[in-house]
Structure formats: C-alpha cells, structure tokens
Design a protein around this ligand. Structure first.
Ligand code: UT7
Length: 336
C-alpha cells in the first residue's frame, strides 16, 4: 500500500474585487454587519463584462500552477477529480472540461458534489486511488463561480454577502514513505438537513418549466437558501468532531497540530475552533477576509496561500477540516 502526498499547489481568483461597501449598490447592508458577523471584508466576483472566467477555466488556471510547481506535466496526470457546486453546465461536470482545456490524454475525470466539504471528499477519493496503486498522480481541483447565481437584492443578502468566486488545485502523488502525506481522512453526512443550505431548482425536483409556469415573484427556489443560525450551530460541533476524529486516528494530540486549515465559512467559526483547540494565531490559516466563502475552493486556496507564505513546511502536521451543505463534513490529516 502506498501513501499519497501533495506535490504541487495552485490558486486562481478573478481580478474583480467586490468590497462590502460595493454590495450596497444592490442591497441594504453594511460593512459593519458583514465584518462583525462573518469577518469578510471583500470577495472576488467574476465580472462578465471584462472576464470570460468560468468554474472550469478558473480550475484550469489553478491546475496549471499546481502542475508546474509539482514538477510534472499534464501528461503525467492519471486522473482528474473536480469538486464544485457551481458547474459550468448542469451536465457534464467540470472534470471533463478540465481534461479538454488542459489537452490531457483521455484519462478519467470524476466530479464531486459535496459543496463546502468537496475538497476534503475529493482528496480522500484521490488518496484511495493512489493507496491501491491504481493511479500515481491525481489532479484535484475545487472551483466555484458563485457570483453568477446569487440574488443581488436585500431579500438575498443573508447569503449573497458571504460567497465568493475562485479556484484551488493540488497534484496528489504516490509517496512510498508511509510517514509522509495523507495520514487519514474522515467523511460524514447528515442528509436530514439537506434543505437547511440548498439551491432547489432548477433541478429534477423543480423543473425550469414549473418555475416559469408558476412565474411567482416570491419564488426564491433558484437561489441558494441558508438557515444561517442552524448551519452555524451544527458547523461548530461537526468541525470539532472531525478534527478530533482525525487526530485520534493518528494518535495525535491538539498540541501536535502545526497548521489547521478550516474551510472558510465564517471567521467566527474558525475563531471558535481555534479557541477550543487552544491554537495560536499562526497555527490557523484564515483568508475569508479577502475571498469570502468559496465553498469547494476555500481549502485549496487557503492551503496554497499558507504554503506560498512559508507557513507549511516539511514534517508539519497539517489538518484540513470542512463542514457545509448536505450536511457533509470531514477532515484530512497530513504530514507535510
Ligand atoms: O460554508 C457552509 C457553512 N456555512 C456556514 O457555516 C455559515 C453559518 N452561518 C453563519 O455564518 C451566520 O448565520 C450568517 C453570517 C449567515 C448570518 O449571521 P447571523 O448572526 O446568524 O444573522 P441572521 O441570519 O440571524 O440575521 C440577523 C439579522 C436579520 O435581521 P432581523 O430579522 O434581526 O431584523 C437579518 O435580516 O441581520 C439581517 N441581515 C443582514 N443585515 C445586513 C441578514 N443579512 C444581512 C446583511 N446585511 N447582509
């Protein structure tokens, strides 16, 4: 059995910066409200007037950097795993788009639909393929274009101010040293709460025809909906559980964590977790202030930045944890 290890990381965010004050042109909100409740100062939103970025193309841009830094070529990649909740098309998914845009051989491409935990699920799946020896190098991408589908009005403000666009990517490679790389991953779900953070239509549960026929001005089913306080309460519990589960599976204590990269859902959640695990500021990486919540892209963007800033070094114990829509949650523990 092999281990898998991240050998290259990359990120891409759209150029267009949208500050909290910029949001006031569409909705009744304030910089104070947003910063106090979420920690967010600004986010990137694709500007369709000046950019042709899509979920897949942003993923490709991040992937190119990750592949180059890994010291491999696109032809060395055996498999693509693409995590998103905002694919370019209803079907097919983003994985095949990446395979095409990167002009890769006809390798397999898999899409992961686990929202905020998408990258954790994607890494775990990639790790299993590498462990069994089936693949050697896997490109794992998390990418989101939220801005195209958010309700830019006071009605939608509870959700709209939180989400941002961007992509992150990692090349996961076979590692013969069993003490290095991904040490464990743990995945969970609780579908009973599926509707607490969801976008219901258009889908097979709510066809476009029905939405158009009803033509109901109060219909918000085709915008993301979140029961914020309910999600928040579950998030703090599940984040903690996932981290504890990952640590105990490896006989590690919280003091052993060198870097915790939580999914960037809300700075208040990250701070709660930091306090609970008694971690110093330099042991928890946060960038939600600059990007908002980029769902499946948030962990790979944060991990890339932490690595670029020299905050993740060889031998470090790195813990990734996420919680989100589904509900789904999980953790990955790595030795860098
Ligand atoms: O990534 C996936 C997981 N996601 C999460 O973990 C997110 C978890 N939830 C949260 O982070 C928080 O619940 C939010 C940041 C989403 C919301 O914060 P909150 O403290 O739970 O606020 P709330 O939704 O209870 O709203 C409080 C008030 C309401 O007004 P009233 O009814 O008290 O008069 C809202 O209408 O704030 C109002 N409000 C806003 N005001 C200004 C909601 N959104 C806004 C806004 N600007 N953008």
């Amino acid at each position: 059995m092999y281990n898998s290890r991240i050998i290259g990381l990359g990120k891409y965010v759209p150029e267009n910066v949208v500050t909290n004050n910029d949001l006031k042109q569409w909705m009744d909100t304030s910089d104070e409200w947003i910063q106090e409740r979420t920690g967010i100062k600004e986010r990137r939103w694709i500007d369709p007037e000046t950019s042709d970025d899509t979920t897949s193309s942003m993923g490709v841009k991040a992937a190119k950097i990750a592949i180059e830094r890994a010291g491999v070529t696109k032809d060395d990649i055996d498999f693509v795993i693409f995590a998103t909740l905002s694919p370019d098309m209803y079907f097919p998914g983003g994985g095949v788009r990446v395979q095409d845009m990167l002009d890769m051989p006809t390798i397999g491409a898999l899409d992961i639909r686990n929202q905020c935990s998408g990258f954790i699920y994607a890494l775990s799946v990639a790790d299993q393929f590498i462990k069994t020896g089936m693949y050697k190098n896997i490109l794992v991408i998390g990418s989101e274009n939220h801005s195209g589908g958010l309700e830019r009005s006071t009605r939608g403000r509870g959700v709209t101010v939180i989400f941002g666009d961007g992509a992150g990517a990692a090349v996961l490679a076979r590692e013969e040293d069993s003490t290095k790389g991904i040490l464990s991953s743990h995945l969970h779900s609780e579908g009973a709460h599926a509707k607490e953070l969801a976008l219901e239509g258009p889908s097979t549960g709510r066809w476009v025809d029905t939405i158009m026929e009803e033509n109901d001005p109060d219909d918000t089913s085709y915008y993301p909906h979140m029961n914020g306080q309910f999600v928040f309460k579950h998030a703090v519990v599940r984040f903690s559980e996932a981290i504890i589960e990952g640590l105990s599976a490896n006989n590690l204590k919280k003091e052993d964590i060198d870097m915790l990269i939580p999914h960037q859902a809300n700075l208040r959640i990250s701070q709660f977790i930091q306090k609970k695990f008694n971690l110093r500021d330099d042991q928890v990486y946060n960038n939600i202030m600059r990007y908002g919540n980029t769902t499946a892209a948030s962990i790979p963007i944060a991990l890339t930045e932490a690595w670029e800033e020299g905050k993740v070094n060889e031998g470090d114990t790195v813990v990734l944890a996420a919680f989100g829509s589904g509900f789904t949650w999980g953790s990955v523990v790595m030795r860098w």
